[in-house]
Design a protein around this ligand. Structure first.
Ligand code: 5GP
Length: 116
């Protein structure tokens, strides 16, 4: 059984977060330490620790993350200029919270994908 993270508490409203979207399958909230003018985390309400744990059963919810990302990008006014969607996995990917999440970053030119 996977261990819950702080993100499960955010989904349930047990700790505060700036939630920009929530439905039965997905929750989206502003990152506490934004790396761009818009930095929103879009997460499945179901706990999936890493991308390595994704199964065929998750296809619908993961597809929904993209639908929600596109909707939020429109709301934030960054859709036309563009943005970046990032999902980190494990140590080499720089994953810190083990509840998969899509980073939606935008609001300025983001530069090259990797710093090195
Ligand atoms: P990762 O490195 O796992 O891909 O990204 C985790 C992200 O979660 C980081 O960008 C970090 O700032 C954000 N984060 C960690 N704890 C919290 C929290 O309690 N609230 C919010 N809103 N974001 C958090």
């Amino acid at each position: 059984m996977a261990e819950e993270t702080i993100f499960s508490k955010i989904i349930r409203g047990e700790i505060p977060a700036n939630i920009v979207f929530q439905d039965d399958t997905v929750t989206a909230f502003r990152d506490i330490s934004p790396q761009a003018p818009t930095h929103i985390l879009i997460i499945p309400n179901k706990l999936i620790p890493t991308v390595n744990d994704v199964t065929a059963e998750d296809e619908q919810v993961l597809g929904h993350l993209f639908v929600v990302a596109a909707k939020i990008a429109q709301q934030e006014g960054i859709a036309e200029d563009g943005y970046r969607l990032v999902m980190n996995c494990n140590k080499h990917g720089g994953q810190e919270v083990f509840h998969i999440h899509m980073h939606l970053l935008g609001g300025k030119p983001l530069g090259p994908l990797l710093s090195q």
